[in-house]
Structures are given as structure tokens and as C-alpha cells.
Design a protein around this ligand. Structure first.
Ligand code: SAM
Length: 713
């Protein structure tokens, strides 16, 4: 089947105004174009008559055609009206339904190819022709416009035979002056325009017989979406593309061009002529040979696409391309078409944008649910909404309770008290913004007497660099060792191996309640919560849901913290044990940044965050080996010890809108004794550590350092 996407021209300013007026009524340019052309001809290009009363005449004429279609029923038009194109003066030689002659200009409307035709016969032809129109709006009752056109037909066709050049004079000054008569088709390139005119003249002289062949441009109201699954339409569309070439004067033919691109479900052809005409045709070859296919309602297709792309994204994602858009349209067309047959067919009402006259049925609930979209998964609990989109409609919406901040599940000992914060551990004497102080306050001690944040609220370059270096080259940094390591105990509780060491992480310490500064202080970033526009989306690589940013993010930007239930290790093991087989527990994060300093840390004391049942947006952030765009940094806010802290995620480079946000979980894919079985990594990174993944390279040390250096440049 073929779907044609219309014709693009370089219109006259008055044409643009007319289009704009009609667009406000929901009528597309493609529908207006043939009607406007006809009126211009009928009124000898007297624009005032068309423009007066807010384009009343044009609106009338448009609806007259609709009505003509309705009153005539479903008789097949004798002429294939495919698409607007072609300089108007050529004659339209049509052999029949499927055949378009080499001088075809069917899109321009009716031509009288017989040497003599009565006005009535011509009117009939007009009416028949409108049957191929696509009905967008409910037709009105009959009106003057059709009568005007018809009487004009009578008037012109009853004129005594006259040579073409005289008839041209009769049609008005613009014609007589030899200007391009049709502003709608007026080519923007003057060189081309001149050629066309001369070509027009030649053709008229050659082709208009003495017996007064005439053409009335009263074409179909719209043929923008006249693709259908039946073979004849498919053929017609192919012809309409080739007709672009056929209409091109021979000497210009070299400048006509045709572009073809294959999509997954078909192909896209773009043909252009030196006349400035461009035709885009999408051939949905995936529908070929599908016996169950029935033509779906165009409204349903359009709505589906609009919801998929506009309502869901508001703006277009970077991965989007026209090819993808057209391919999606084709896919939805196919899907809706197949679903119609399954559920039986019912006729469609006349005021919908049907693409063909086969019996149609309204879209089913199934069709409507072909994708999932949630406006705000946070239930209003964050500073910004976070939407969720599943473009495939294949995945159930994740079931969990959104919590913006960590909450204690049961036994976790998180001691938050002002009394525990020593005077020297806060900045009670500060006021306003601590970052504006010439001498940084006590809260900067943790980060070496310098705040970790810039006045713009980003991580300072040097701080980020140090944190990245710890991630990429941990062995170059300081480790502490537990006397009895909870990690080793979790592997083998009976004979736990010695602690392998815990990296001494760099912490950020933010100002808090005991500090004198205000909430807008530059040293309060994580605690002020999420600000970035994020979206949960279904990844295509088999990672399940993921997070992407809907806006460009600068390097060092706080994205979100990892929030969930605060559990003790004991509680976490219990949860893991309760889970069966493949139902893996996938959302725990160990708060081990300071374990080594605690000597013997019991499982009832060691803490972790579990976002499985209660969590925030971070629970959707997927893992990427080594070159992820986020980095996790421990942040001290309300507790001075490192037993409990916040795990904040910052960008480690500039991130473009619609990039997936990823984080290196630090998984050792070779550790087969870990209580939580590692997933098969699909991160796609060239540095993927999961050896099971084909084509991955293991890069360590220097190589990773090089990459990081490049990325942070
Ligand atoms: C914190 S969740 C991330 C969100 C998750 N994708 C979802 O749909 O809810 C971690 C889980 O996501 C999946 N995942 C994350 N990164 C992955 C990767 N690089 N390759 C494959 N699966 C991944 C794994 O199932 C993992 O256990």
C-alpha cells in the first residue's frame, strides 16, 4: 500500500494567507489548494472576491465539493486524482481509472479530454471526481460556489471556438501578460518559471484542439492521504510520482530528482521536479500479502501518531528521524488495519478522514492502548513532573510506590538529631549564601576547605575529576578494610573471607538545619531535590525501563538521589530470600562508603537502600560499564557520621536531551557468588565488563583514563 504525504510548493503570500484562514477551520493546505486554484480561475484571479468576508467564498466552495461527494454516493470517479502538482496549463489526458498519460496533471482537477463536452456532462464529471476526496468535515448544504463554478463551466464551454491564445486573453490580464498564472504553483526560481511559461504556451498550442478543449481546475478537495492497501491506489501513487517526471519538460528532466530510502517496513520515495514540486511517498510494503489487512480509519492513525509523538514527548526526541516517523506511521497503519479485520468491520461515518471506501470500524480500546503514557510518576511529590512512556505498549506500567526521599523500613538505625551535629560541623553564624563568602565556612571542611559546588549549582570540575578518577582507577586510591566485612559475610556467612577493602569515598557535606544560611544557599543542592526534566521510558536494548533527560544537562549537574527504603543488611537478605527463582531483587544499593571505619559492622547495623517497593526515579537508572554519564557521590546532609548518607547522582559530562542516563553500578560480572545474581549486561559500552556479551572489550586502567580525559575535555 502507499501513503502519500502531499505536495510541497513555494506558495504566493496571498495563498499562504488563504491556507492560514482555512487551517484555522481544521482544513489542510492540500485540501484547500485545488479549490483555491479553481476559484482563482473562475474569478479571473480576483483575489478580493476570494478573500472577502474572511474567505467566505473559499469556505463555501470547499464544502460544496464535500456535499457533491456525499450526494453522489460511492460511485467510482472516472479519473484518478492523486496529488497536486504540475503547471496548470497542460491538458489532462486520462485513459481511465488507473492510467495516467504522459501529460497527466490530474491533481489539478478535472480536464475535459474529449473534444466536445456538454456543460452538464462536465458537471457530472466534477461531481464524480469529488468522490475520491477525503472527507474531513461534515459537508454543508449546496451553495453558490458550485453553481458559480458550474455556470462558469457552461459559460466557457459555450463560448465559440477560439484559438488558445485568445482564450488565454479572455481569462484575464495576468494570463495575457504571460505571467505564471497560478500563484499556487508558482515556482520560486525565476529561471524555472520562464521555462515553464514557454512550455505552457507550447503545450497549449499543440494540445488544445480547435473544438475547444478546456480544463476546469475543480479537483478533489484533498488527496493528501489517499494511500490505500488496494493495488490500484498503490499503482496510482507510483504513477503520481513518476508523473512528476513526466510533467517535466525534457530539457529540465535532468534537474528532477528522485530519492528512495528503505525503512524497516517499506520504503520512502521523494521525487521532486524543477517546478518546485516535491512528493513524498511512503510505501508500506509490510502490508503486502497480509490477507487480514483492512484499511484503518485515518483519524485513528493520525491520533495514534499525535499521541505517540506530540502528546507524549511534547518535543521530538533526538533519535527521531523522518524515516522513523514515517516508518512508525506505516507500522501503526498496518497494525490498525490488521486489528480491524480481527474484530469485524463496520462502516465509518462520512465526516471522518477515511482513506478508502472499504467498510471501516472505529478504533478499539486495544488500539488506543497501543502505548503507555503516565504524566507524572511522582504523584506530585517532586519539584518537577516525571513522565513515563512505553512506545511499544508491550510492558506493564511498573508497580511501586513513589517516594521522593529515603524512609526507614523498620530496624535501620539512622540517628538524626540536631544534638549530634557539633558546632564546628555546621555554620550557625552564616547568613544567605555560603558560596558568596570570601572565606568558605565550616561546611566546606569536608571537601578540603572548598565547596564542591559552583554558584550555578554544578559540581566543581576538580571535585568531579577526583571522583571520576576513583571510579575509573580505584586502585590508585585509598582503601579501608573491615575486620569482618558484611559483603564477605553475605557471600559465605560460615567462613567469610577477609575484607577486600572499601574505597574511601569523597563525600560532599551540605549545609543543613543548624546552619544559619538560607535554603537557597549554594551549598544546598541535593537536599533541594530534583530539578531536571526526566522521563522514564522503555529501553530498546532489553534493559527494561530506563531514564532519559528531556533537556540538555551540563556536566556536574545534580540529577537525583537514589531514594528507597533504608534497610539493614539483615532485612535485605530476608527480602532476597523471600524472592523466588528468576524473580530477582534488583533495586538494592549498599551504603558502604564508610564501612571500613566502623571496625566490626554487624548485619543489623550495615545499611542499604532498597527501591524495589518504595523508591524514586533513580530506581529506573540502568547500568553502563565504565563510560556511564552519571556518577554517584555520597552526600552528608543531616547525619554527621557516614553510617547513613545520601547517594546523589550527578552528570559527569554534558548530556544531550533524550540521552539515556546511566550509572556504573560497579558490578563485578565475574563474581558468581554474589547473593544477587548479575544480569546479562546490555549496556552497549565498548568497555562492557560482562564477558558473556559478545564483542565487548575489557579495558582497564590507562585506557579508561584516556576515555575519561577525552570526555571531560
Ligand atoms: C535499578 S534497575 C533499573 C531499572 C530497570 N531497567 C527496570 O526496568 O526497572 C536494575 C535492573 O535493570 C536491568 N538493567 C540495568 N542495567 C542493565 C544493563 N546494562 N543490561 C541489562 N539489564 C540492565 C537489570 O535487570 C537490573 O537488575
Amino acid at each position: 500500500m502507499t501513503i502519500t504525504f502531499g505536495t510541497i510548493m513555494a506558495p504566493h503570500p496571498r495563498v499562504i494567507k488563504a491556507y492560514n484562514a482555512m487551517r484555522s477551520l481544521g482544513i489542510s493546505d492540500e485540501e484547500v489548494k485545488p479549490v483555491l486554484k479553481n476559484l482563482l480561475q473562475l474569478y479571473d484571479r480576483n483575489w478580493e472576491l476570494i478573500e472577502e468576508d474572511n474567505y467566505r467564498t473559499l469556505i463555501d466552495a470547499y464544502f460544496e465539493l464535500k456535499e457533491a461527494k456525499q450526494t453522489e454516493g460511492k460511485r467510482k470517479a472516472p479519473i484518478s486524482y492523486l496529488n497536486g502538482r504540475k503547471p496548470k496549463q497542460e491538458l489532462h489526458l486520462v485513459d481511465g481509472d488507473d492510467q495516467v498519460s504522459s501529460t497527466d496533471n490530474s491533481s489539478q482537477g478535472l480536464s475535459v479530454e474529449d473534444s466536445e463536452i456538454t456543460p452538464n456532462a462536465f458537471k457530472q464529471k466534477i461531481i464524480k471526481s469529488s468522490q475520491t476526496s477525503i472527507v474531513h468535515m461534515k459537508p454543508t448544504s449546496s451553495s453558490q460556489a458550485l453553481q458559480r463554478m458550474s455556470s462558469e463551466v457552461e459559460r466557457i464551454s459555450t463560448l465559440p471556438c477560439m484559438p488558445a491564445r485568445d482564450r488565454k486573453l479572455h481569462r484575464g490580464k495576468a494570463s495575457a501578460a504571460g505571467h505564471c498564472e497560478d500563484p499556487i504553483d508558482e515556482p520560486s526560481n525565476p529561471r524555472v518559471q520562464r521555462k515553464n511559461i514557454s512550455n505552457d504556451h507550447q503545450q497549449k498550442e499543440l494540445m488544445i484542439p480547435r473544438t475547444e478543449k478546456l480544463k476546469l481546475h475543480l479537483g478533489p478537495v484533498s488527496t493528501s492521504y489517499n494511500g490505500s492497501a488496494n493495488a490500484s491506489n498503490g499503482n496510482c501513487c507510483a504513477k503520481s510520482l513518476s508523473a512528476l517526471y513526466q510533467n517535466v519538460p525534457k530539457k529540465d528532466a535532468t534537474s528532477a530528482c528522485n530519492n528512495s530510502k528503505r525503512t524497516q517496513k517499506g520504503s520512502i520515495d521523494i521525487a521532486s521536479s524543477p517546478l518546485g514540486e516535491i512528493k513524498i511517498s511512503l510505501n508500506c510494503e509490510a502490508a503486502l500479502g497480509q490477507p487480514n489487512f483492512r484499511i484503518p480509519d485515518l483519524d485513528a492513525i493520525m491520533k495514534s501518531i499525535e499521541e505517540k509523538y506530540l502528546k507524549a514527548h511534547k518535543i521530538v526526541e533526538p533519535q527521531s528521524s523522518m524515516v522513523k516517523l514515517l516508518d512508525d506511521l506505516c507500522g501503526i497503519y498496518l497494525k490498525l488495519g490488521l486489528s480491524l479485520n480481527r474484530n469485524g468491520s463496520t462502516p465509518k461515518s462520512a465526516n471522518s478522514r477515511n482513506v478508502a471506501c472499504l467498510p471501516l470500524q472505529a478504533v478499539t480500546e486495544d488500539d488506543k492502548n497501543s502505548f503507555h503514557f503516565l504524566d507524572d510518576i511522582t504523584k506530585g511529590s517532586e519539584n518537577v513532573k516525571i513522565s513515563l512512556l512505553d512506545e511499544t505498549g508491550s510492558e506493564d506500567v511498573p508497580q511501586f510506590n513513589y517516594i521522593p526521599y529515603n524512609v526507614i523500613y523498620q530496624d535501620a538505625n539512622v540517628n538524626i538529631s540536631l544534638a549530634r551535629i557539633a558546632d564546628e560541623g555546621c555554620c550557625a553564624d552564616c547568613a544567605g549564601d555560603c558560596l558568596s563568602l570570601s572565606l568558605p565556612c565550616a561546611c566546606s571542611q569536608e571537601t578540603g576547605g572548598e565547596f564542591a559546588y559552583t554558584p550555578r549549582g554544578l559540581l566543581k570540575e576538580i571535585f568531579l575529576k577526583d571522583c571520576m578518577s576513583m571510579k575509573l582507577e580505584p586502585l590508585d586510591h585509598h582503601f579501608v578494610y573491615c575486620q569482618e566485612c558484611p559483603v564477605e559475610r553475605s557471600r559465605n556467612d560460615i567462613m567469610a573471607e577477609p575484607c577486600k577493602g572499601h574505597l574511601v569515598r569523597k563525600f560532599i557535606k551540605e549545609c543543613w538545619r543548624k546552619c544559619g544560611c538560607d535554603m537557597q544557599c549554594g551549598n544546598r543542592v541535593v537536599q533541594r531535590g530534583l530539578r531536571c526534566k526526566l522521563q522514564v521510558f522503555l529501553t530498546r536494548e532489553g534493559k527494561g525501563w530506563g531514564i532519559r533527560t528531556l533537556e540538555d544537562l551540563p556536566k556536574g549537574c545534580f540529577v537525583c538521589e537514589y531514594a528507597g527504603e533504608i534497610l539493614t543488611n539483615t532485612e535485605l537478605y530476608e527480602r532476597i530470600m523471600q524472592k523466588s527463582g528468576n524473580d530477582r531483587h534488583t533495586y538494592p544499593v549498599t551504603l558502604d562508603a564508610d564501612w571500613g571505619s566502623e571496625g566490626v559492622l554487624k548485619d543489623e547495623e550495615a545499611l542499604c537502600l532498597d527501591a524495589t517497593y518504595n523508591g524514586n526515579v533513580a530506581r529506573f537508572i540502568n547500568h553502563r560499564c565504565s563510560d556511564a554519564n552519571l556518577i554517584d557521590i555520597p552526600v552528608e546532609v543531616e547525619t554527621p557520621d557516614r553510617h547513613y548518607y545520601h547517594l546523589a547522582l550527578f552528570t559527569n559530562r554534558n548530556v544531550n536531551a533524550y540521552e539515556e542516563l546511566t550509572w556504573d553500578y560497579g558490578i563485578d560480572f565475574d563474581d558468581h557468588e554474589h547473593p544477587i545474581k548479575a544480569f546479562n549486561c546490555c549496556c552497549g559500552s565498548g568497555f562492557c565488563r560482562d564477558k558473556k556479551q559478545k564483542g565487548t572489550r575489557l579495558l582497564k586502567g590507562k585506557k579508561l583514563k584516556e576515555i575519561h580525559a577525552r570526555k571531560t575535555e
